[in-house]
Design a protein around this ligand. Sequence first.
Ligand SMILES: Cc1cc2nc3c(=O)[nH]c(=O)nc-3n(C[C@H](O)[C@H](O)[C@H](O)COP(=O)(O)OP(=O)(O)OC[C@H]3O[C@@H](n4cnc5c(N)ncnc54)[C@H](O)[C@@H]3O)c2cc1C
Length: 219
Amino acid sequence: MDARLAEEARRQLVARGVDVRLSARVETIDAEGVVFGGERIAARTVLWAAGVRASPLAEMLGAPLERGRVRVEPDLSIPGHPEVFVVGDMAALQQDGAWLPGVAQVALQGGHQAARNLLRRQAGAPTEPFHYRDKGSMATIGRSAAVAEVGRLRTTGIFAWVLWWLVHIVALIGFRNRVVVMLEWIWAYLSWQRSARVIVTQPALPAAEEPGDGARGSP
Ligand SMILES: Cc1cc2nc3c(=O)[nH]c(=O)nc-3n(C[C@H](O)[C@H](O)[C@H](O)COP(=O)(O)OP(=O)(O)OC[C@H]3O[C@@H](n4cnc5c(N)ncnc54)[C@H](O)[C@@H]3O)c2cc1C
């Protein structure tokens, strides 16, 4: 994202009490916590949000790989197999000198292109190269906080958050889903509650050790 938006995202996270450490590579995660840059942060719960590997299915295809992803031809077919198409996170394709990112829009647009190419092959016409159209990037940070870049527009705060909200509602399939999700989000916003909660049962503690600080109940 735009450097100013990245800095604004960092600022909004810090304002929410998040300790942001940039350019720090995680070295170890174990039962005692996480180690990076030689420093250990003790924790029983560590959440990993830095990306995942492509499906092992890619390796089974016997096609050339780029960091676990299948290097596809410009029309999204596998080299030597014009009848097999790979799209989305599992496909590796360069555009304007850079690898296409593993994001939903690349997968959606690639899916449409692969379908068009299948129909073209069926009709005996040559396939077309895939050209990804970047519609912009958005990231939600928290309540009334987000960053968004769409075309030349760079925006932050509640406006970016409402934009994120609208785009994700519109992208849902079916009118009913859109209405249900919209009502759930409005309710969550007004009530400060989430519609889904994980209930973790705890073994009963002896009366003397019963925590009195609200540790039981909602996580
Ligand atoms: C935590 C996280 C947050 C993300 N946030 C965003 C975001 O904000 N915006 C954004 O644009 N993108 C985001 N992404 C990326 C986005 O989810 C992916 O780019 C997108 O889902 C790719 O779509 P896909 O169809 O290629 O793969 P997937 O959505 O992963 O679908 C692949 C499907 O294939 C199935 N599958 C795998 N192997 C097999 C097999 N052998 N046989 C049968 N089925 C199989 C899987 O179970 C899965 O259902 C995020 C990803 C993660 C992990």
